[in-house]
Design a protein around this ligand. Structure first.
Ligand SMILES: Cc1cc2nc3c(=O)[nH]c(=O)nc-3n(C[C@H](O)[C@H](O)[C@H](O)COP(=O)(O)OP(=O)(O)OC[C@H]3O[C@@H](n4cnc5c(N)ncnc54)[C@H](O)[C@@H]3O)c2cc1C
Length: 391
């Protein structure tokens, strides 16, 4: 077993680190201050540098590298902030992958090159006011009407809402004028931001995630071409299987935040003095730094294992849920320790530590809560799923 990165992987990681550290820290502060997403010109720069196509197929302009390569790049961006990393997350491990996995050739040829060049962003709209963990309760309907699909409903929490150009919209297909009940009625359709009947609610104010817009999406008789179908009724299992990679992306966002918190804490505790010596000389501080390092390293290894074992396919539910869940809890612990070792300055907006705590917390809710991941982990171990609905 070999835990090191290849020469090529180290070079890729270094290229992403150099770019992220040279070009993104000031932007990250601006996005946090103004609550604005990555501007168009910077998104194009990401595209020109190849960062939005690392593990996407070469035929669409991607680099065709491995998922592990993509995660190495993503971590470097996430170390700066989740807002600057978000477009990379969406392109390499998030919604774009759903199109790449399940979309028609026409849809892939239309969307993937634009995303890889940094011209367009794709978001995912699954959750609804009454359907989060219980996603199979979703009520947004999709009616196939000849060469068109008509959508009606309301979406909530979609990251990028109002800003992203496309939305992978989870919906319930109808048959004979009636919604098909349960998971078997669910599929996904691509909806454009400017399609007739699409509107957005007021911007959400979240605890963190500034620079990643969120708002309700209203779909009122939205007609899209039938070619926008990504997965029809009966494809819910397929959609969920694609989540293996999304989980690794989610876990890597938390990993980046935590790794940066550790780096800041190491710098700070060697500079800050109390009782005439650097605070790192106090054993209580040393213990905290060691605990942070143990957790960050363990998360990284779980994520890398899930990605490395996936080969050209998707990470397994077991390994990706384990990595996500561990990372989700790890980043909350590590950033919390980071705030503590920095004392008053950890709690001040003068330093990014408090932002890391707020941004880091989200990942254990987004993409499936830690509770649900744990249920998935146990289900994988015993080889059967648990019926959450049984009384
Ligand atoms: C920052 C952020 C970004 C997000 N981005 C997106 C996005 O881009 N697109 C999108 O569609 N959605 C997005 N979401 C929504 C996210 O997927 C949901 O918030 C999440 O799935 C939980 O759903 P809920 O909020 O309705 O909570 P609920 O489902 O109401 O859960 C509340 C609590 O009950 C627990 N619970 C519920 N059911 C069970 C169960 N069966 N077993 C054990 N515990 C249970 C949960 O773990 C949780 O602690 C985002 C959320 C956040 C916070």
């Amino acid at each position: 077993m070999h835990f090191g990165l290849s020469e090529q992987q180290r070079e890729l990681q270094e290229a992403a680190r150099k770019f992220a550290r040279a070009e993104l820290p000031d932007l990250a502060r601006e996005l946090e201050r103004d609550d604005k997403p990555v501007p168009d010109d910077m998104l194009r720069r990401y595209g020109e540098m190849g960062f939005l196509g690392i593990n996407l197929p070469e035929q669409y302009g991607g680099m065709g590298l491995s998922h592990l390569d993509a995660l190495l790049v993503l971590e470097e961006f996430a170390q700066i902030s989740v807002a600057v990393a978000f477009p990379v997350f969406e392109a390499l491990t998030g919604p774009v992958r759903t199109i790449e996995q399940f979309g028609s050739d026409a849809l892939k040829s239309a969307i993937l090159p634009e995303v890889i060049r940094g011209e367009k962003i794709v978001a995912v709209a699954m959750s609804e006011p009454g359907a989060g963990t219980a996603l199979t309760d979703l009520t947004t309907t999709a009616l196939v009407d000849g060469e068109e699909i008509v959508l009606n409903g309301q979406k909530r929490w979609s990251s990028g809402a109002g800003h992203s150009h496309y939305y992978i919209t989870y919906c319930r297909f109808t048959e004979g004028g009636k919604p098909i009940e349960g998971a078997k009625g669910i599929g996904a359709v691509l909806v454009g931001k400017n399609d007739n009947g699409v509107s957005f609610g007021k911007p959400e104010e979240l605890m963190g995630f500034r620079g990643i817009p969120s708002a309700d999406i209203f779909l009122d008789d939205v007609r899209v071409p039938a070619g926008n179908l990504i997965v029809g009724a009966g494809g819910f299992g397929k959609l969920m299987s694609a989540f293996g990679l999304e989980r690794c992306g989610n876990a890597t966002m938390g990993l980046g935040v935590a790794a940066a918190a550790l780096e800041d804490a190491l710098d700070y505790t060697q500079e800050r003095e109390a009782f005439g010596k650097p605070i790192v000389d106090f054993q209580a501080v040393q213990m905290k730094l060691a605990e942070m390092a143990m957790q960050v390293d363990a998360a990284r290894l779980l994520i890398w294992r899930a990605a490395a074992n996936s080969g050209n396919g998707l990470p397994t539910v077991y390994e990706s849920s384990l990595a996500k869940c561990f990372s989700n809890e790890m980043v909350r612990d590590v950033t919390s320790l980071g705030v503590q070792v920095m004392g008053g300055y950890g709690y001040s907006k003068e330093y990014p530590m408090e932002q890391r705590l707020r941004d880091g917390f989200a990942w254990g809710i987004a993409g499936g809560t830690t509770d649900v991941q744990k249920s998935n982990i146990t289900a994988s171990m015993i080889g059967r799923r648990f019926n959450q609905r049984a009384k």
